[in-house]
Design a protein around this ligand. Structure first.
Ligand SMILES: NC(=O)c1ccc[n+]([C@@H]2O[C@H](COP(=O)([O-])OP(=O)(O)OC[C@H]3O[C@@H](n4cnc5c(N)ncnc54)[C@H](O)[C@@H]3O)[C@@H](O)[C@H]2O)c1
Length: 291
């Protein structure tokens, strides 16, 4: 029997990461369940074990470059290789721009943006070494963005900047890792977790069972597990917006309309105004509801 494929899921002790870890384990991966602190990662690893799967716990902090090197090393040492990385760990420190502290900015950028780079970098080096030794790597890197990063959301300049950065990072990583046999895709989830429960209550009031089912993290995990299946490596550089059972493919900035600046500076105002009027409306998260 061939060795199981190995997956690392960061921030897998709760919410979406937990759902990704369970789905990947159910699909036959040995999973390294990464999260901070004693408790959450152990609980998820025990759930995987109870269902007959293989799991290891990691408490490495994704903001720590050396710690994430150890995490990738752990997969290679214990399971022979690393095949899948889901960079999912996240925090929120919401505040309007004028009130945001330096620490609130730095912490969010560190966990989301640096915390995607760290694990992706060490995994990329692992995959490059394997590809150069002649192995067929068939690797997967899944990153996590947010509607906030794609469309903007008031009170989240730190988080939106980090998440837009993650989406852009995905496009570059997809191009760079393709030659090593690795696909790189990104999910923009909407799910009921401890990050979203309180804001959802504020917008929608009491959360009904139907809403809980619609926003169960497992819907997002299904798409992540699909991206990790054999035969899906051709799908790369994509951003999947997953809101429960609804899935959208998000596409990026486009130049529309374009014009050549008029010679007369007096005419620039008219040219810019008419281009703005002809362009799609400026992005905003509220306007980006799935049909
Ligand atoms: N829930 C949503 O609707 C939603 C929407 C958009 C994006 N996201 C993104 O999905 C991801 C998962 O969020 P969630 O909603 O499941 O939140 P969650 O709080 O339930 O889970 C996030 C996990 O990441 C862990 N974590 C935080 N910092 C870490 C670090 N430095 N190292 C390792 N682990 C760390 C936390 O301990 C936590 O268990 C995040 O990147 C989040 O920004 C979630």
């Amino acid at each position: 029997m061939s060795a199981p494929r190995t997956a690392v899921v960061t921030g897998a002790g709760r919410g979406l990461g937990r759902a990704h870890a369970l789905a990947l384990a159910a699909a036959g991966h040995a999973v390294i369940v990464n999260d901070l602190g004693d408790g959450p990662a152990e609980t998820v690893a025990a759930e995987i074990g109870a269902a007959g799967g293989t799991a290891l716990v990691s408490h490495h902090d994704v903001t720590d470059f050396a710690a994430t090197a150890e995490l990738v090393g752990l997969a290679a040492d214990r399971f022979g290789s690393l095949d899948v990385v889901v960079a999912n760990a996240g925090i929120l420190r919401d505040r309007t721009l004028a009130s945001m502290s330096e620490a609130e900015w730095d912490d969010v950028i560190a966990v989301h943006l640096k915390g995607t780079f760290t694990i992706a970098h060490h995994a990329a080096a692992h995959w490059r070494a394997r590809a150069k030794s002649g192995a067929d790597v068939d690797g997967r890197l899944i990153t996590t963005t947010s509607a906030s990063g794609l469309f903007g959301n008031v009170g989240q300049s730190n988080y939106a900047a980090a998440k837009a950065g993650v989406a852009a990072f995905t496009l570059v990583a997809a191009q760079e890792l393709r030659p090593y046999g690795v696909s790189v895709n990104c999910v923009a989830p909407s799910a009921l977790t401890r990050l979203t429960e309180e804001p959802l209550r504020r917008y929608e009031g009491e959360i009904t069972d139907r809403r809980r089912e619609e926003l169960d993290p497992r819907w997002v995990a299904r798409v992540v597990a699909w991206l990790c299946r054999p035969g899906t490596r051709d799908v790369t550089g994509r951003v999947f917006d997953v809101r429960g059972p609804r899935v959208g493919i998000a596409s990026g900035w486009h130049l529309e309309p374009t014009f050549t600046q008029p010679d007369d500076p007096e005419h620039l105002d008219r040219a810019l105004r008419s281009a703005i009027a002809a362009a799609p409306p400026a992005a905003d998260m509220e306007g980006q509801r799935h049909a």
